[in-house]
Design a protein. Structure first.
Length: 437
């Protein structure tokens, strides 16, 4: 069994506290001033801050390594070399943001030799495990059957069986890690017309997922992730939310759809997709990221912050609606950090997601409802814009401060010298392939 590495250098809680002490009085002034503005509109800033402080999002294990494109990858010397080092980096993000207590593992990329040891190691760092991700979109060394022509939808039953058994294994590992969900994304599809029989392949994938579902523990959920294209360039078996919905409806109550923000064709009204899934009781969770062209895996809110706000507007609306039962979508990030330091980009991402959430909490819902009922288009839109236009930075920073996280995460991180320390500790013998490429 591989030796469990030492955690090495860690940013201390006191270091964060001292940094916070230096800027807290400025934050208080900004917070008070925003609080006054909001109270004139009948909003209690402390209540918003409390809600933001309760928000958390899972970090994907693969996002802690340097990402890349099909053309190349440019890792730094201190890139984590294994899941233990990734957890140490995840702990740094959580310390800085106070909002990422969980990691979503990809199997086999981050398959633990000893799940019990990993669970303990993570717990010592204050980290636990979110949804498990299976991988039947790549072949692994020693694997009997290839996924070149599909996995859960493959024409040959022995290939489907292998893919089903892989998912069962991921559930088993997840149970030991105290995870409560499995996310399934498959690359199955065709690159040329005629290659795949559409109805038969969907039938096969649904039947395979039914077998996986049959092994889900009672308190588990399965998230079915859709994607319009890539790696298949002509047709994808689970291509959109409608197909994911049909599958999850057939599977049963433990199944929900996973909305990866980058998995939509250009100009799709993603917030409306989200609202449709809420209405159908099938919104399982999210993979947050952003894009300009397709599945670019850029940092959440970097390109379309208004869209992110409109998505959170639907989420807040649903959370406040007593007719929407058991509303608890799983929040996960799914990004490729190929230019920025992953710890910095993840911290920036969490901030951006919380920003969208905080703004959505500021929407005057009673007024919006009246304007909608009266068909007052201008004021209905202006009600959303009024919330979006606030600079909620003091709320996010105060939410972090209240949890002992950093008022200014990036500044504290850079001042801590973490990267330089890890450069020394993690001598890269070879450039590893641990991010999305
Ligand atoms: C596929 O593009 C995806 O969004 C799925 O969630 C994968 O598990 C993840 O990216 C990592 O490649
Ligand atoms: Mn995804």
């Amino acid at each position: 069994m591989a030796k469990i590495p030492e955690a090495g250098f860690k940013i201390g809680k006191d270091f964060v506290k001292e940094a916070n002490d230096r800027v807290y009085s400025d934050l208080q002034k900004d917070y008070r001033s925003l609080g006054e503005q909001l109270s004139r509109r009948g909003i209690n800033i402390d209540k918003v801050t409390e809600d933001v402080a309760k928000f958390s999002v899972a970090i994907p294990s693969w996002a802690l390594g340097t990402g890349g494109t099909r053309f190349g990858r440019f890792p730094n010397d201190s890139e984590p070399r294994n899941i233990y080092e990734k957890l140490v980096d995840a702990r740094a993000v959580h310390l800085l943001t106070g909002a990422t207590p969980t990691v979503s593992l990809h199997i086999p990329w981050d398959k633990p030799d000893d799940p019990n040891a990993l669970l303990k190691y993570a717990a010592d760092l204050g980290i636990s495990f979110d949804a498990m991700n299976s991988n039947t979109f790549q072949d692994q060394p020693g694997q009997k059957h290839s996924y070149k022509f599909g996995s859960l939808s493959h024409t040959k039953s022995e290939v489907r069986r292998q893919a089903i058994e892989h998912n069962w294994e991921v559930i088993d590992i997840g149970v030991r890690l105290k995870s409560r969900a499995l996310t399934v994304w498959i690359g199955d599809g065709g690159s040329f017309p005629g290659q795949v029989h559409f109805r038969r392949s969907l039938r096969r994938v649904t039947d395979s997922l039914r077998e996986i579902y049959s092994r889900l523990p009672d308190d588990w959920q399965i998230f079915v992730e859709y994607k319009p294209y890539e790696p298949a360039f002509y047709s994808t078996v689970i291509q959109d939310w409608g197909t994911a919905y049909v599958i999850t409806a057939e599977l049963g109550p433990k199944a929900g759809c996973l909305v990866d923000l980058g998995h939509h064709l250009p100009n799709t009204n993603v917030e409306m997709v989200v609202s449709r899934l809420i209405g159908l009781g099938k919104l399982g969770g999210f993979h947050f990221n952003d894009n300009k062209y397709s599945d670019d895996d850029l940092a959440s809110g970097s390109i379309k912050p208004y869209q992110l706000f409109l998505i959170f507007n639907e989420l807040v609306d649903a959370a406040l609606d007593p007719k929407v039962k058991n509303f608890k979508p799983a929040y996960m990030i799914d990004q490729s950090h190929n230019l920025k330091d992953p710890i910095e980009e993840l911290s920036q991402t969490v901030d951006e997601i919380q920003r969208a959430y905080a703004k959505a909490l500021l929407v005057d819902r009673a007024k919006l409802n009246d304007y909608q009922e009266e068909n007052d288009v201008l004021y209905a839109e202006a009600t959303l814009k009024a919330a979006f236009n606030y600079d909620v930075s003091p709320i996010i920073a105060m939410a972090r401060y209240k949890k002992g996280a950093a008022i200014d995460p990036i500044k504290v991180y850079r001042e801590s010298g973490y990267r330089a320390q890890k450069d020394k500790e993690r001598k890269q013998e070879k450039k590893l392939h641990s991010g999305i490429v």
